[in-house]
Ligand binder design. Structure first.
Ligand SMILES: *Cc1c(COP(=O)(O)O)cnc(C)c1O
Length: 417
């Protein structure tokens, strides 16, 4: 065991796992391209892209150069009262890249915080317009929007551990996605009854990620846009997972041809190098904040807001997206995932195999035993980390065909036993 792992082990508190009896984490010495290199010399092809962030693979020289140059110039300055080029250039570029008039960008440092800011924007939008009582959010079963207290309140009740934290955060309005006539009618009725208390509808477009990689049709998003307009509530799209090419379009909303009032971005924003997120409002929402009244200012401002290194990384990541190569890559990965995972359909316990863009999912009839399955994947040279009932692949968008085949082959072989 690496000496640092042994020394730090009693002191490091790890995510989502019991702090006794859990398997040792794998010690990563370095990364490169689509590979994690372990302290013991093994190399693993990363099928998860480090929680969906490393879209251009690890250690991309263009991003590394941009961050190194910015580090020498100015690593960070506070954003209150000060400005810097990387953040301003990034804001202008994101405004251009996003559909419609989504052009007012508030930076933060994590996805959960961006969702919290989007929620505050929505609540304050109504307050600033003199409309009282719109304090709740309507979100969906299967959804995931973060781990902070306010975002837990809009997660699927089971995912968000609502039971455990009962009474700690406010009760929101929970619904089923409008997938068919009955659920459209139910949502319409729910909104007719409750819209006066609702600030916004909040949804992950096309794919509910951490809640189980659950897909829905673009039509569902068009229905949500229509219902939000009909009942005069805002629509927030959480593109933290789906943004930056993952589903085949730059943003998932493009597949539906709709625009939200607010969108949240993070995960792949810096190409997986540094923490950065954004809540982006359209002109309608921003207009409610365009006021000289100090009480109408958005009441938020993280210490590391618009960190210059992170913004430099994001600008470099956007340069790479601007080459346009990602589009063909995602189509190629989609075909590779379909071809490679199809055979899983006939394996014992498999109830569904589904692919969208660079997301491949094998769903089982019960939660997988993660420990032994992960160990098997490691034996096969892959880093794949199942989540509940799903074994999924979200590789870096630059993965080559052979490495992709290694991943899909590992999923098949891992599930064979
Ligand atoms: C990961 C994720 C978040 C939370 O982001 P963090 O950076 O982990 O706080 C929120 N929404 C969605 C859709 C996500 O996938």
């Amino acid at each position: 065991m690496a000496d640092w792992l042994q020394e730090g082990e009693p002191h490091v508190w790890r995510p989502y796992q019991p702090m006794k009896g859990a398997a040792q984490p794998l010690a990563v010495a370095r990364t490169d391209g689509v590979r994690l290199y372990l302290e013991d010399g093994r190399a693993l092809v990363d099928g998860i892209a480090s929680w969906w962030t490393a879209c251009h693979g690890y250690n991309h020289p263009h991003i590394a150069k941009a961050v190194t140059e910015q580090l020498a110039r100015a690593p960070h300055v506070m954003f209150g009262g000060l400005a810097h080029e990387q953040a301003y250039r990034l804001a202008a570029r994101l405004a251009k890249l996003l559909p419609g008039d989504l052009g007012h960008i508030f930076f933060a440092e994590s996805g959960s915080v961006a969702v919290e800011i989007a929620m505050k924007m929505a609540v304050q939008y109504w307050l600033n317009r003199g409309v009282a009582g719109r304090t709740k959010f309507l979100s969906f079963r299967g959804g995931y929007h973060g781990d902070t207290l306010a975002t837990m309140s809009v997660c699927d009740p089971e995912e968000g551990m609502h039971g455990l934290f009962k009474g700690v955060f406010p009760q929101q309005v929970l619904a089923d996605l409008p997938r068919d006539d009955a659920s459209v009618a139910a949502l319409d009725a729910l909104l007719a009854e409750q819209a006066g208390g609702i600030a916004a509808i909040l949804v992950e477009p096309l794919v509910q990620g951490a809640g189980g990689m659950i897909f829905h049709e673009p039509e569902v998003l068009r229905r949500l846009r229509r219902l939000a307009d009909k009942h005069e509530v805002l629509l927030i799209l959480d593109e933290i997972f789906t943004g930056f090419g993952r589903t085949g379009t730059m943003f998932a909303m493009e597949a539906a041809g709709i625009e939200p009032d607010i969108v949240t971005l993070s995960k792949a924003l810096t190409g997986g190098t540094l923490p950065l997120s954004a809540a982006v409002a359209n002109a309608r929402v921003f207009s409610a904040f365009r006021s000289e009244d100090p009480d109408k200012a958005l009441m938020h401002g993280p210490t590391f807001m618009a960190n210059a290194l992170a913004c430099a990384a994001a600008n470099a990541s956007l340069d790479l997206f601007e080459t346009g190569a990602w589009k063909a890559d995602v189509a190629r990965i989609e075909a590779g995932l379909r071809a490679g995972l199809e055979a899983c359909r006939s394996l014992p316990g498999v109830v569904d195999v589904r692919v969208l863009g660079a997301i491949g999912v094998v769903e089982l009839d019960r939660p997988v035993e993660r420990g032994p399955l992960c160990a098997r994947f490691v034996e096969l040279g892959c880093w794949i980390r199942p989540m509940g009932k799903v074994v999924y692949l979200t590789p870096p968008l630059v993965i080559g065909d052979e490495d992709l085949a290694l991943l899909t082959g590992a999923v098949r072989r891992g599930l064979e036993r």
